[in-house]
Write a protein that binds this ligand. Structure first.
Ligand SMILES: [Mg+2]
Length: 280
């Protein structure tokens, strides 16, 4: 598959469609690695104050803001302290790649039950980890998904590489999808990804311009949606919060219109966008 070359990180050039139609713009963003720095213990993640302040600013200036995360929606709302946050009264959070939803306006959660096969995965996974020499890999139970983290192990990269095949094979045998991330293997039910979630929310909002910010492989389907919109008079902007630790992620760099330096870079980029929007 060929991908268009990345566009230079030139706000005026890439953000023209947003500046021309702020009310028709939907800003969607991942949570971890974009609004919240990646930390060793996923339960210890917290939203970066500067990134959140910038998100609040932009929220007041564009049509719609949505967070799309692989996290369970309740976890994202809790870790981000998103409920009742001034300036985000119209925020929507889509969790588990879009399966779960929370709307700030009504403070209501829509959380479908997890598929029964997840119970079988939970029962069989520990033996697979032990068999391949990494019994202490950290399991994060997300209901509809189960994440295997290697970040806290003695050799995180080697553990990730050695577990990748066996975990994927187990998941495939159960009809489940494996999503590799930054030192994490996430197993979940197929049928939903951030691209599908983004398309739905764009249609729901009647958006004419989309901005999406992400940092990891799970964001690739959303970046691909943005590329399609970008091809239509630059109406899509994909912002890659990178480059991050470990190996580069060409899958994201190649699809991105803008590459910024992690959470700090996201805050600066959103602030610059808010400045331009406020200036009219
Ligand atoms: Mg992320």
């Amino acid at each position: 598959m060929t991908t268009p070359p990345p566009v230079a990180a030139d706000l005026d050039r890439v953000a023209g469609a947003v500046l021309a139609d702020p009310a028709g713009t939907l800003l969607a963003t991942d949570f971890d690695g974009v609004l919240a720095p990646i930390v060793a213990d996923p339960e210890a993640a917290t939203a970066d104050p500067a990134a959140m302040a910038a998100l609040v600013r932009v929220s007041g200036l564009v049509g719609r803001v949505v967070v799309i995360t692989g996290r369970p929606v309740r976890t994202a709302v809790r870790l981000g302290a998103l409920a009742g946050r001034p300036g985000l009264e119209r925020l929507t959070v889509l969790g588990q790649y879009g399966v779960e939803r929370w709307d700030a306006e009504t403070d209501t959660y829509d959380i479908p039950p997890a598929p029964a096969v997840m119970t079988e995965l939970e029962a069989r996974l520990p033996a697979v980890l032990s068999e391949h020499g990494w019994p202490d890999a950290k399991l994060e139970h997300k209901g509809r998904a189960l994440a295997v983290h290697t970040r806290q192990l003695a050799d995180p990269r080697r553990a990730f590489d050695e577990l990748s095949g066996p975990v994927t094979a187990l998941a495939e045998g159960l009809g489940l999808h494996t999503e590799p991330g930054k030192l994490v293997l996430e197993v979940r039910a197929p049928g939903m990804d951030k691209g599908i979630a983004l398309r739905r929310v764009l249609a729901e909002a009647g958006a004419r311009v989309v901005v999406y910010a992400g940092d990891d492989l799970g964001d690739v389907p959303a970046f691909q949606v943005v590329r399609e919109w970008h091809a239509n008079e630059g109406r899509g902007i994909a912002v890659f919060s990178g480059p991050g630790e470990g190996e580069p992620l060409p899958a994201l760099t190649d699809l991105a219109d803008v590459v910024v330096d992690g959470t700090v870079g996201i805050a600066a980029w959103l602030d610059a966008l808010a400045d331009r929007l406020e200036a009219g």
